[in-house]
Design a protein around this ligand. Structure first.
Ligand SMILES: Nc1ncnc2c1ncn2[C@@H]1O[C@H](COP(=O)(O)OP(=O)(O)O)[C@@H](O)[C@H]1O
Ligand SMILES: [Mg+2]
Length: 294
C-alpha cells in the first residue's frame, strides 16, 4: 500500500439475496460487483451514480459495518479498536443518526464516551468544541433535534462525526435532503472542517453538481462497478464513458436551475439500456490518472 493511501479496496463484492413478495429467495444481486479503489489521505473522493448503483453499499463495506462477499478493504496503520474512532459517517437524514430524546450536546457526547478515551470533563469540552465548530453554541446545545431546522440538524450530525477526531468520514448523500441554499452552506462547512482537521472524505452523492464542487477525484458507479475514475476537473471536462457522458449532458443545459433538475432526474432514473450480462471490463488509464472501463 503506497504512503498516501488511507483505505484500499480490492476486488470488493457484496451479493444480496433477492426475495419475492413472499420472502422466498429468487436470485442474487451484486450490489457491489468487483470494485478496486484507493482513498488517499486528505482527498475528497466523490462517488456518483444513479440510485441503486451500489454507492451506499460500497460506503458500508468501507465503514466495515458490512462484510464483503469477496475481496478486502484494508486501512493504513489499522490499529485494532482504534478504527471505530478514526472512521465516522454522515448520512442524508440526520434523524437516523440523532437520538430525538436527547439534546444536541448529549447526542455529540454519546459516541465520545464509547469511541474516544477521554474523561467526562474532557469529553464535555470536546463535544462543546465540536458543536461550536459547526456553529451551534450557547443555549442551543441544550435543545433536542426537533427544535432545529434540517440544515442545523445536519450540522449536529456533523459535530457528532468530528467529535472523536476521526481521520476519515464517509459522507453518504450528506446534503441531498437540504434545499439548495442550505446545501451550499453545509458543503462549505464540510470543506472548512476538512482543512481544519485534515480530514479525508468519501463523498457519495447522486447530485453531480455537489460532487463537482467538493471532490478532488470522482468515481462513477454503475451497477455495482466503477466505470470511470478521474480527477474531478478531468471527469467533468472530458468524460470518456458513455454513461458518464449521459450523466453530464444535463450540465450543458444553460439554465442552472434547469440543469440541476435534469441532473437529479437522470441520476435517480434506473438504467434503461439493457446490457445485463455484458462482460466485466477492466479500468484502463486513458489519460494521466483518468481511468475508464471501455
Ligand atoms: N441490505 C440489502 N438487502 C438486499 N438488497 C440490498 C440491500 N442493500 C442494498 N441492496 C440493493 O443493492 C443495490 C445497491 O443499493 P445501494 O448501495 O443502496 O445503491 P445507491 O446507494 O447507489 O442508491 C440496490 O439494488 C439495492 O436494492
Ligand atoms: Mg445510497
Amino acid at each position: 500500500m503506497s504512503d498516501d493511501v488511507l483505505v484500499s479496496v480490492s476486488g470488493a463484492r457484496k451479493t444480496y439475496p433477492v426475495r419475492n413478495a413472499w420472502g422466498r429467495v429468487t436470485g442474487h444481486l451484486d450490489a457491489v460487483a468487483g470494485v478496486d479503489l484507493d482513498v488517499r489521505a486528505g482527498e475528497t473522493l466523490g462517488v456518483v451514480g444513479e440510485s441503486g448503483s451500489g454507492k451506499s453499499t460500497l460506503g458500508r463495506l468501507i465503514l466495515q459495518v458490512e462484510k464483503p462477499t469477496a475481496g478486502e478493504i484494508v486501512f493504513a496503520d489499522d490499529v485494532p479498536g482504534a478504527l471505530a474512532r478514526r472512521m465516522q459517517v454522515i448520512y442524508q437524514d440526520p434523524f437516523s443518526s440523532l437520538n430525538p430524546h436527547r439534546t444536541a450536546l448529549q447526542n455529540v457526547l454519546e459516541p465520545l464516551q464509547v469511541a474516544a478515551d477521554l474523561d467526562a470533563a474532557a469529553a464535555l469540552e470536546r463535544a462543546r468544541e465540536s458543536l461550536a465548530a459547526v456553529g451551534i453554541e450557547g443555549d442551543a446545545v441544550h435543545k433536542r433535534p426537533r427544535a432545529f431546522s434540517g440544515g442545523q440538524r445536519q450540522r449536529i450530525a456533523i459535530a457528532r462525526a468530528i467529535a472523536p477526531r476521526p481521520t476519515f468520514i464517509v459522507c453518504d448523500e450528506p446534503v441531498s435532503a437540504l434545499d439548495m441554499q442550505v446545501q451550499a452552506q453545509v458543503t462549505e462547512l464540510l470543506q472548512k472542517l476538512q482543512r481544519e482537521f485534515g480530514l479525508t472524505y468519501l463523498f457519495i452523492s447522486h447530485d453531480l453538481s455537489v460532487v463537482r464542487e467538493i471532490a478532488t477525484r470522482t468515481a462513477v458507479m454503475r451497477r455495482g462497478r466503477i466505470v470511470e475514475l478521474a480527477p474531478t476537473a478531468a471527469l467533468f471536462d472530458d468524460p470518456r464513458h458513455p454513461y458518464t457522458q449521459r450523466l453530464l449532458e444535463a450540465v450543458l443545459v444553460p439554465d442552472p436551475a434547469r440543469a440541476r433538475e435534469r441532473l437529479a432526474q437522470i441520476a435517480t432514473r434506473p438504467a434503461e439500456d439493457a446490457d445485463t450480462g455484458a462482460p466485466e471490463r477492466p479500468l484502463v488509464e486513458v489519460a494521466p490518472a483518468h481511468f475508464v472501463a471501455l
